[in-house]
Design a protein around this ligand. Structure first.
Ligand SMILES: C[S@@+](CC[C@H](N)C(=O)[O-])C[C@H]1O[C@@H](n2cnc3c(N)ncnc32)[C@H](O)[C@@H]1O
Length: 257
């Protein structure tokens, strides 16, 4: 059991409410930040227990920030812990927070969990996460639950919204104007979907760059086509044209073999 889960299990202090599978994920991404001067922002303070847990885990050099809509949460402020009161749905409130805080190393959205909140929070705060930082959106179950306006492949859910991140991450390879490289493409290293949680790992990734090392050991490469050399250009042109028509209709493409 990692230190975070241990703290959670032995907690007799303020209430913490977390899904138990999160602790391993947290520890996997957060352990390198321990005992460093970092800024962590958690949206959703509730009884203040998770902020205490972060303080304990990251150590005295960490700056712990919280956002909650409930004004009572202000009482959980203390040494290295600052709480902002307001709604994560309120873009101007979120903008005002950015103006007051340093760039964030770790952001955890554990607030109201409805889709509008998750999307607006991402749109307003993602760029304020450092270029090697971590952005986490928790409790993605809301995207599937009717009570939150969710549903399988339902428009407007955070899950549907975040599926576009996968394309954006790979936009370097796009040959279509409808998918272009943007700041997300340039600043995100990885998207990690877990049960109930999305971890967005920031980090600069160079454009597609592959290399070969060592000596070839096959007499023929299976990746090469078996089409006679003379017909290769013609066949390729036919394939290319057919595939661009199929692509227009979003139909599956065809290959040589
Ligand atoms: C799941 S609890 C947070 C749990 C806490 N992080 C923990 O681990 O113990 C959700 C919190 O989000 C807050 N919340 C709900 N809607 C919000 C909103 N629109 N803006 C900010 N906070 C909100 C609630 O007041 C509640 O304290």
């Amino acid at each position: 059991m990692n230190d975070l889960e241990l703290y959670f299990r032995e907690n007799k202090g303020r209430l913490i409410h977390k899904c138990v599978n999160y602790f391993d994920i947290y520890d996997q991404y957060f352990s390198i930040y321990r005992n460093r001067e970092i800024v962590i922002l958690e949206i959703g303070v509730n009884h203040g227990g998770s902020l205490q847990m972060w303080k304990h885990y990251f150590g005295s050099k960490a700056k712990i920030l919280g956002i909650d809509i409930n004004p009572e949460c202000k009482k959980f402020e203390g040494e290295n812990v600052k709480i902002f009161i307001g709604s994560q749905s309120d873009r101007s409130f979120l903008k005002s927070i950015i103006a007051q805080i340093p760039p964030i190393d770790i952001l955890i959205d554990d607030g109201g969990h409805n889709m509008q909140q998750q999307i607006r929070t991402f749109e307003e705060l993602f760029d304020h996460v450092k270029k090697d930082g971590i952005y986490i959106c928790e409790d993605l179950h809301s995207s599937y639950r009717l009570g939150y306006g969710g549903g399988y492949k339902r428009r407007g859910t955070f899950i549907e919204y975040s599926k576009n991140f996968i394309d954006q991450l790979n936009a370097y390879y796009s040959e279509q104007g409808s998918l272009k490289v943007n700041s997300f493409t340039k600043s995100v290293k990885g998207l990690h979907y877990y049960n109930g949680m999305l971890v967005i790992e920031k980090g600069e990734v160079p454009n597609f760059q592959d290399e070969k090392t060592g000596q070839p050991a096959l007499s023929s490469d299976v990746l090469e086509t078996n089409i006679p050399k003379g017909l290769y250009k013609l066949a390729y042109l036919a394939l290319y044209t057919t595939n661009s028509i199929l692509r227009f209709f979003r139909l599956p493409g065809i290959r040589w073999r």
